[in-house]
Design a protein around this ligand. Structure first.
Ligand code: HEM
Length: 132
């Protein structure tokens, strides 16, 4: 996903310029700036050399710094639905864990991502659940 902004006045970004990206960048009024969350969220320098692989367990070891993981954007225009989305996802996960003792994949195909604004499995969610 890409996020776009237009500079309404001449300004400067604190980082991103110079040979190693640590100097400020001058931005003229009218300039369109885009950032790619897809790229940011797969940078090997943050997520490891296997950053492109679907590995939820990487959260045990990788602890991104502020602004390195921004699925809901950040700052004054960050997503207003963030808490609702996280609450709903947490609720569904907890309810599934409360009701079922075992969850197994029933899809022999390799995980393939379907990337739009958010990412999901391209093959749907084929799992078997064992009721407690
Ligand atoms: C997994 C779910 C969601 C993701 C990943 C997501 C992500 C985002 C992102 C990246 C932005 C742009 C932030 C920026 O411009 O810096 C945004 C904005 C926004 N989102 Fe979400 N969102 C999600 C769910 C929701 C839900 C459930 C709602 C409403 C119930 C919602 C309402 C909004 C609104 C109104 C904005 C515009 C905020 C503004 O411009 O001030 N989002 N969202």
């Amino acid at each position: 996903m890409k996020l776009f902004r237009v500079a309404l006045a001449d300004t400067k970004l604190p980082l991103g310029g110079g040979p190693n990206g640590t100097s400020p960048v001058y931005v003229r009024a009218g300039t369109v700036l885009a950032t790619s969350f897809y790229t940011l969220h797969r940078l090997p320098s943050i997520w490891g050399s296997d950053a492109a692989e679907f590995k939820p367990e990487r959260w045990y070891t990788v602890k991104p710094k502020p602004w390195e993981y921004v699925p809901f954007g950040g700052g004054p225009r960050a997503c207003v639905g963030q808490q609702k989305a996280l609450m709903e996802a947490s609720y569904v996960i907890v309810r599934v864990l409360q009701e079922y003792s075992n969850i197994e994949s029933r899809d022999e195909r390799e995980w393939t991502g379907h990337v739009q604004m958010t990412s999901k499995s391209a093959h749907g969610c084929k799992v078997s659940l064992t009721q407690k």
